[in-house]
Design a binder for this molecule. Sequence first.
Ligand SMILES: Cc1cc2nc3c(=O)[nH]c(=O)nc-3n(C[C@H](O)[C@H](O)[C@H](O)COP(=O)(O)OP(=O)(O)OC[C@H]3O[C@@H](n4cnc5c(N)ncnc54)[C@H](O)[C@@H]3O)c2cc1C
Length: 250
Amino acid sequence: MSIQQLETDYLIIGSGAVGMAFADVLLTETDANIIIVDKHHKPGGHWNDAYSFVTLHQPSSFYGVSSRELCGGMIDKIGLNKGLSELASGAEVMAYFDKVMKHTFLPSGRVKYFPMCEYKGDGKFSSLLSDTSYEVKVNKKIIDGTYFKTSVPATHTPNFEIAEGVKFGPLNDLPSLTKPRDGYVIIGGGKTGIDAVLWLLENQIHPDHITWIMPRDAWLIDRKNTQPSRDFFHPYYRGAGYSSRSDCGS
Ligand SMILES: Cc1cc2nc3c(=O)[nH]c(=O)nc-3n(C[C@H](O)[C@H](O)[C@H](O)COP(=O)(O)OP(=O)(O)OC[C@H]3O[C@@H](n4cnc5c(N)ncnc54)[C@H](O)[C@@H]3O)c2cc1C
């Protein structure tokens, strides 16, 4: 086993949205050196494991790191989001973080990136592919970019039992189905569950063939009320709880 010694100002664990955004601000506002470690082989965190039809649930312009826009502010012309600011797909989010890494972070010469490596604590991490380990002397801080513990169906085991004979899987499997089923049961009432139901409906599955199990009603916000441009000022203002035009001084 080989052990390599490294030195840096900041050691960031995780190259998800949080680790990437933190590194971006450090790069822009300080002259610090940074090491980023991640178990995934590409930056973007949980988006690496997402189902193929995932999108952001909010306009792309609200997402990403400060120094680079995610999308150009286009308005969707078709589909369920018609008339509203585009929602980047998972593939677009992945390509975006890849660009941030390749075109901003690494060319700066101040960021060293260690994908396919697992942080073990105490400034130490190891490659998941070879027997190389690393020990880092950290001059300023170790940053935990895994704090939110984001968990997606594709990477965790369900906390319920599955009866024999039931075809069970994460929603990543839906696009690879090749024959009709008697019915579809979606478990979970969050954004991912909603995506699964919408995907089935968009693919001509009759609502009578979909059973949706959710623990409680969700608190949902109409996306029309959270749009970035001036065209949506009044829906935004009303969505924030104000009721008349005079409330906003117009
Ligand atoms: C399907 C889905 C859609 C979403 N859509 C939106 C949206 O539209 N808008 C929004 O604001 N938020 C959205 N979210 C919320 C999401 O949590 C955040 O957007 C954000 O991507 C989370 O980033 P993160 O860096 O906290 O976590 P992650 O993306 O999970 O990144 C953490 C990284 O840390 C790495 N890591 C963990 N432990 C170790 C270790 N020991 N060693 C090395 N690396 C490690 C992991 O490999 C991972 O890459 C969505 C979440 C999901 C699941």
